[in-house]
Ligand binder design. Structure first.
Ligand code: PMP
Length: 326
């Protein structure tokens, strides 16, 4: 894999080409690898779509230099878009439901973006609505709409997917990733299935989220503490294509929390709750392969660790489960 050994002209060039590192706690005969998206300059997977989507939107003339990007976002996307927007000569405004972490909002602010909060109880749906209202009021403003814009998944089809296959010389048996917008999983899955249509694809969501219903599973809607993945409203998550997905794993908050703490203590990964959930699910898929419950073209499982735990220290992410707040 290429590393960033040459001098670079801009922080945008440091996005992607993240390390793929073995997760030690799996079955002996099935290797699990995690793509460490914390190595991006904004410390999350969302830097990829920030750069990719802003560049494509500028090329297509959806917005021009001096214009504004307005996005409803849980935070990491805001950081990714803020880095790209400011480097490419655009302003950035983000509409953020209040429940999301203060660290993320401080970072968006530090990067020069404006933040508008919407009430937590109104959900992401209201944040999306508000972003569109603002875009109407401004000249030359665009809402990238990560929840429905195919460029989101395309960023991963063009970058994350090929990086994984290069690093493993094509030996990928299963792909397992958390779904917020589902852009990460859909982009990687599309690339993976083109390489080998037998690749196993598993989505990960918190218990209480409804993605499972899209593949005909029963789900009971509820609240969860895991941040960055899951949906309460399948209609808003237009990128999720059930045709590409073999399984959807619902991971309990408590299991994700125990795993993110284990990943820090035993494996040195400072990653957050969506990575904890992804790791729990990846280990489950690895056991299914080891036990012959599912067939895959190779004995390897690849997952994604989307962001860093440092972003959630104020929420007590490393305290007891009861003290960790969403
Ligand atoms: N984990 C975290 C912490 C996130 O912020 C996100 C994005 N919402 C994801 C996972 C899921 O990524 P995607 O939107 O590509 O499904």
């Amino acid at each position: 894999m290429t590393t960033h050994e040459q001098p670079l002209d801009s922080v945008l060039e440091t996005i992607g080409r993240t390390p793929l590192v073995r997760v030690q706690d799996g079955p002996d005969d099935v290797r699990i690898y995690a793509k460490l998206e914390t190595f991006n300059p904004g410390a999350s997977v969302k830097d990829r779509i920030g750069r990719y989507m802003v560049e494509r939107m500028l090329e297509r003339g959806d917005v021009s230099p001096g214009g504004t990007i307005i996005e409803p976002t849980a935070g990491n996307t805001g950081i990714g878009f803020a880095i790209a927007a400011e480097q490419l000569g655009l302003d950035a405004i983000f509409v953020v439901p209040e429940r999301f972490s203060v660290e993320k909002q401080q970072l968006m602010d530090a990067l020069g973006a404006e933040i508008i909060n919407t009430p937590t109880e109104d959900g992401m749906g209201r944040a999306i609505e508000r972003a569109h209202e603002l875009a109407e009021e401004l000249d030359d403003a665009v809402v990238p709409q990560q929840f429905s814009n195919p460029l989101n998944a395309e960023a991963h089809y063009e970058t994350t997917g090929p990086e994984i296959y290069d690093a493993l010389d094509g030996e990928v048996g299963a792909v397992v990733a958390g779904c917020g917008t589902a852009g990460t999983l859909m982009g990687i899955a599309e690339y993976a299935l083109e390489q080998d249509s037998g690749t196993h694809v598993a989505a990960v969501e918190p218990e209480g989220s409804l993605y499972g219903e899209a593949i005909g599973e029963d789900r009971e809607e509820g609240e969860y503490k895991i941040e960055g993945i899951g949906t309460h409203d399948l209609e808003t998550n237009e990128l999720f294509d059930p045709e590409l997905v073999d399984d959807v794993f619902a991971v309990a908050d408590e299991a994700a929390h125990a795993e993110l703490k284990r990943l820090a203590r035993e494996e040195g990964h400072l990653v957050a709750s969506s990575a904890g959930a992804a790791s729990v699910a990846a280990k489950h898929v690895a056991r299914q392969i080891a036990d012959g419950e599912i067939e895959t073209p190779h004995d390897t499982v690849v997952t994604v660790f989307p962001d860093s735990s440092e972003r959630y220290l104020s929420k007590g992410i490393y305290r007891s489960f009861e003290e960790w707040s969403s």
